[in-house]
Design a protein around this ligand. Sequence first.
Ligand SMILES: NC(=O)c1ccc[n+]([C@@H]2O[C@H](COP(=O)([O-])OP(=O)(O)OC[C@H]3O[C@@H](n4cnc5c(N)ncnc54)[C@H](O)[C@@H]3O)[C@@H](O)[C@H]2O)c1
Ligand SMILES: [Zn+2]
Ligand SMILES: [Zn+2]
Length: 336
Amino acid sequence: MKTGIYYSPKNVGTTTLEKPAIKENEALVKVSYAGICGTDMMIYSGQHPRAEALLIMGHEFCGMVDEIGDGHDFQKGDRVIVEPLLNCGKCAACKVGQVHVCANLKYIGIDKDGGFTEYATIPVDRLHRLPDNVTDEEAALTEPLSVAIHTVRRSSLKVGDTVAILGAGPIGLLIGLMAKEAGAGEIFISDVSPYRLRVAAEMGFTAINAANESIVEKVKSHTREVGADVVFEVAGNQITADQMIDCIKFQGQIVVVSVYKKAPVINLAKMHFQEISLTTTRCYSPDDFTKAIKQLEQKTIDVNPIISHILPLDEIEKGFELMENPETSLKILFHP
Ligand SMILES: NC(=O)c1ccc[n+]([C@@H]2O[C@H](COP(=O)([O-])OP(=O)(O)OC[C@H]3O[C@@H](n4cnc5c(N)ncnc54)[C@H](O)[C@@H]3O)[C@@H](O)[C@H]2O)c1
Ligand SMILES: [Zn+2]
Ligand SMILES: [Zn+2]
């Protein structure tokens, strides 16, 4: 089978391997689409704290069951999406069912081989059946959509609220979709990439080019100088970590989604005068993942505008190069 390999920082390629053999309680999944995520970019750049070469990356993928033992709810030919979280089941968080904040959380595609390959062996309990009306391309976005669902559910967003999203990457745009679905009023979204801002505007958001406009001024002037009810920080740098505090309404809520490469300085002194709350989020609960599949099935949201490229696995190098520049990519899917 053809397989994409992370060899070393900035060095990915394809090779041919034997189809892996399934162990007990595993299924062999023929991968249909697998998305590149910011975390894969972190691995690619050699900055991920856990991932080690040689690795088959990819934790956002769907496919078809190709081989499975008896006694499971799935059979050969079933279309499935992989929930890539592996929790330890033993830590304090796991013991109270908060498995997504497991102290030893691991990921298929980061800590063990993932989906940038033709066939992957996956524990059966990590598989979910795909509804017939969800395309394979849409299904490949279930994982990042789960992040957006978890984020919006952790927020205090109420019908009619003004929302500011800092960063129009795949995660920022998906948060926009889910915020709209949850009843948000006007949704402002900033970025520095004209391409990503065009997509944001086409999706119905008020797009602000942070390279030449201030999202803080824009949000303030639209809210009689009061600010946004909820701000989602999804760009991950010091500029946006400052803006999130300047954008927010008194007693408003900032939700930090970003994983910062360099820890930002947060101006707590500015926050307490207005009783600003700050919430963080990490991935998604099993329930959020199920809800993401349901959202795709119900067709209330359209994730297709977020897919910028579909590439064969042979072009794994091109995929990673395209992803390095926000102006040339949003969600890139490999079609092994
Ligand atoms: N909490 C979680 O579990 C979780 C899950 C997935 C992703 N993340 C994090 O969420 C963040 C977003 O993910 P993504 O995949 O969309 O990443 P991304 O890098 O594609 O998106 C970030 C966007 O921010 C934009 N940006 C840069 N400077 C800006 C500025 N000054 N103002 C406005 N926008 C600016 C970039 O152009 C880019 O489009 C990342 O930090 C990622 O690590 C967190
Ligand atoms: Zn991811
Ligand atoms: Zn645990």
